[in-house]
Design a protein around this ligand. Structure first.
Ligand SMILES: Cc1ncc(COP(=O)(O)O)c(C=O)c1O
Length: 389
């Protein structure tokens, strides 16, 4: 196939096959569709994979982030430190609790929350710090945990893009007090929608499990008389159902293959873009951190001379799917800037990334030769935009 032939390489693609369909059909043929043995098996398999004592399945990563803060009593008057460069879900979790998200800028070479900025932001009201492992590269957890210890703050890792990422040989999701994962369709593995909370703290795990199901004092299998229970805490309905869990179990069985493909594609694409001086591509390893290779971010220069929208339009025309992580610093999103008065200029690194990063695909859906096609398309896009600007 020549480069002139339109190829269609989506940014991400759920990798579902007959195994997931059969697992889902087995659940649907039975009668227990929620709170059942499949969710329990999925939780155990995920906990074992991550090396966490406990895993609690939830309806989304966002639900997990909310429950992690809510279950530890974080509420009005509390401050929660969040990177400006993240999905809005991280900050929303603090807002749901009535707490105030305090945004900090990120490191220019990783996109992760900058420990010196976290130290500056931490104070008397700090009750939690939420490191987001940007595009799958773990944050500097030694530094973040040290700041958290000093302020007796909870560390909630946002591992939405960090399944199997490691820091000092340990997996993301075990590096703070609690970790939250996303199984949205284009993530490392999917349950359609869905998420998982991991922790080594059994009391916290029990508190989260209760609050994901209304605050029931007895779960389905624990009730002496069917249908009879009390409620001893405020809770939500954030459960994952048995079909989702069955799909998740089938996905875990394939995860090693998916991850190998991601690492290989990342390395291939990065090598193919190495001679493009206009692009900054973050490393997949830094210090103790090893990425889960969610995507490859190609960041255009800070001077703004190469217009991202123009480059992305050329890539789209060439059949290359792209995304942006994330399109605007969260504190500059309308809701947050109006509520807290944040202004442009306060988060210079996040602002650069939000304006100039392009996420390129490296998922297991890529076929032989796709990395070369993506790299060639990117080079042509840059040349085209340079000529026409
Ligand atoms: C860093 C981060 N946190 C949280 C989320 C939300 O995940 P979910 O859609 O499972 O709620 C996302 C979604 O992409 C994300 O990128």
């Amino acid at each position: 196939m020549s480069d002139a032939t339109p190829v269609s390489i989506p940014f991400g693609k759920p990798m579902l096959g007959p195994e997931e369909a059969e697992a889902a059909a087995r659940v649907l043929a039975g009668t227990q569709l929620v709170h059942g043995p499949v969710s329990k098996a999925f939780e155990e398999a995920f906990a074992a994979r991550i090396g966490a004592r406990k895993a609690i399945s939830v309806s989304s990563c966002t639900a997990g982030l909310h429950l992690s803060l809510f279950s530890t009593g974080i509420g009005a008057g509390a401050e929660v430190i969040v990177p400006a460069m993240t999905h809005v879900a991280t900050a929303h979790a603090a807002e749901y609790c009535g707490a105030k998200p305090v945004f900090v800028d990120v490191e220019p070479d990783t996109g992760n929350m900058s420990p010196p900025r976290v130290a500056e932001a931490a104070g008397e009201r700090t009750r939690a710090i939420m490191p987001v492992h940007y595009l799958g590269l773990p944050c500097d957890m030694d530094a973040i945990n040290a700041i958290a210890r000093k302020h007796k703050a909870l560390v909630v890792e946002d591992c939405a893009l960090a399944v199997d990422a490691t820091y000092d040989g340990r997996k993301a999701g075990t590096l703070g007090d609690v970790g939250c994962f996303s199984f949205y369709p284009v993530k490392h593995m999917t349950t359609l929608e869905g998420g998982m909370v991991t922790t080594n703290d059994e009391a916290l795990a029990a508190a989260i499990a209760k609050r994901k199901a209304f605050g029931y004092d007895r779960m389905l299998g624990e009730r002496k008389i069917p249908g009879v229970y009390d409620v001893d805490a405020l809770g939500y309905n954030y459960r994952m159902n048995e079909v989702q869990a069955a799909v998740g179990l089938a996905q875990i069985a394939k995860l090693d293959g998916f991850q190998k493909a991601r690492a290989r594609n990342y390395a291939d694409l990065k090598a193919s873009l190495a001679d493009v001086e206009e692009l900054t591509v973050f490393e997949a390893n830094k210090g103790k951190s090893v990425s889960s290779h969610y995507c490859l971010n190609a960041v255009l220069p800070r001077n703004g001379k190469l217009d991202r929208a123009d480059i992305m339009a050329v890539l789209t025309a060439k059949g290359i799917g792209t995304s942006v992580h994330y399109p605007r610093p969260v504190p500059l999103m309308k809701f947050y800037s109006e509520k807290y008065g944040y202004r442009r200029g306060q988060f210079p690194i996040t602002e650069w990334l939000a304006d100039q990063t392009i996420s390129l695909p490296v998922g297991p859906h890529l076929a032989e030769g796709d990395c070369g096609r993506i790299a060639r398309a990117m080079k042509e896009a840059i040349q085209h935009v340079k000529k026409t600007s």
